[in-house]
Design a protein around this ligand. Structure first.
Ligand code: NAD
Length: 332
């Protein structure tokens, strides 16, 4: 049984902690936050020791697996230190997205994981669903044929003032950049326009055109300006033999074969299906635990640190395009 600790106890770290405490593959053994109130509340809630220092917790508890659910500037700057500390302490690490808001720090996180030969995953929970996996299976089986285009959209209502004009672009789009690459391969170049909704201090809605290395084309719309409660994500991929539309991560995926008017639809089942967004976390965390306990080599981790780094490089190229007004080649 894997011994797991969670670092960072905002809403997301509490969700990780709850999921680990319910998963048969692991035991939640400790939690940590630099804010005492948060650390104590989570420790009491889950009945585990709580700490104010990640290093202290790692030294005392020696966990096998650590979730890093810190936030920080652009919702990511605080991921670096506890990830490096945990990897150096010999732990496998699952880090929240974005892997980091700075490319050189993200590169170092990936490098240290490789050096320590530890599994390093990023929480790309949006693709850890039965519907998203079925769509991937259709692509891999060649049921779409030669991939032609991808239309991806992700939006969520997130009002308020933010610490950086790029907060929304950097914090929301790792999921989309990763999903587009999951289905269509690496993105070669990107062009971005963005707008600020009334009262916003950030680029709160953005539109990206991409060209994949395969030659396929794609588009991504992302926004923090739409009401919650409605659908929030749609991914459409089309090829010479068919097209799929994946709606809201787990709700439904439909395959439209090019030569057949009968479509295939997978709908999330009422019994045994995903109940809500939290179940995407449950699936993702469980998969990481399965891969770690199954001895999967670090290079084969699904939704890896390297995938997280690549997603951030795509986003960085998008930001450079927004600033320069040019099409930007993604620098791998
Ligand atoms: N995967 C998803 O769908 C999804 C959804 C929302 C948020 N997130 C990500 O989850 C992360 C956390 O989000 P949140 O809303 O819970 O953030 P938050 O800011 O509410 O909580 C982060 C906590 O980390 C603590 N912290 C910072 N540095 C620390 C350190 N070195 N040691 C211990 N504790 C430390 C802070 O004190 C804070 O309590 C963010 O990176 C965010 O981007 C992911």
């Amino acid at each position: 049984m894997l011994r797991v600790c969670v670092i960072g106890l905002g809403p997301i770290g509490n969700l990780h902690s709850r999921i680990y405490s319910e998963d048969d593959l692991c035991e939640l053994v400790g939690v940590c936050d630099i804010i005492e109130e948060r650390a104590r509340a989570a420790g009491e809630r889950f009945g585990v020791p709580w700490f104010l220092s990640a290093q202290d917790m790692l030294d005392k508890l020696k966990p096998d697996v650590v979730s890093v659910a810190t936030g920080g500037f652009e919702y990511a700057s605080d991921h670096y230190e506890p990830t490096i500390q945990s990897l150096r302490a010999g732990c496998h690490v699952l880090c929240e997205k974005p892997i980091h808001n700075e490319i050189d720090k993200a590169e170092e996180m990936v490098r240290v994981a490789r050096e320590e030969n530890r599994c390093f995953g990023v929480n790309f929970n949006h693709r850890f669903t039965n519907a998203a996996r079925l769509a991937k299976q259709w692509v891999d089986e060649g049921r779409l044929g030669h991939i032609l285009f991808c239309n991806m959209s992700l939006w969520i209502g997130k009002p308020g003032l933010f610490d950086s004009p790029y907060f929304h672009i950097k914090a929301l789009n790792p999921h989309s950049a990763d999903l587009m690459r999951y289905y269509c391969g690496d993105i070669a170049s990107i062009q971005c326009f963005a707008t600020r909704a009334p009262g916003r201090n950030i680029w709160s809605t953005a539109s990206f055109n991409v060209q994949f290395q395969s030659g396929a084309v794609g588009h991504l719309t992302s926004s923090y300006d739409l009401a919650r409660g409605h659908p929030m994500e749609r991914c459409e991929v089309a090829g010479t033999k068919g097209r799929f539309v994946l709606e809201d991560m787990w709700r439904e995926v439909t395959l439209y074969p090019a030569d057949d008017l009968v479509k295939s639809v997978y709908t999330n089942p009422v019994f045994g299906g995903f109940r809500d967004f939290d179940d995407t976390f449950r699936d993702r965390l469980h998969k990481f635990l399965q891969q770690v306990s199954g001895g999967v080599p670090p290079s084969e981790i699904d939704g890896s640190g390297e995938d997280g780094l690549i997603a951030q490089k795509v986003i960085q190229a998008g930001i450079e395009s927004l600033e320069s007004g040019r099409v930007v080649t993604v620098c791998y």
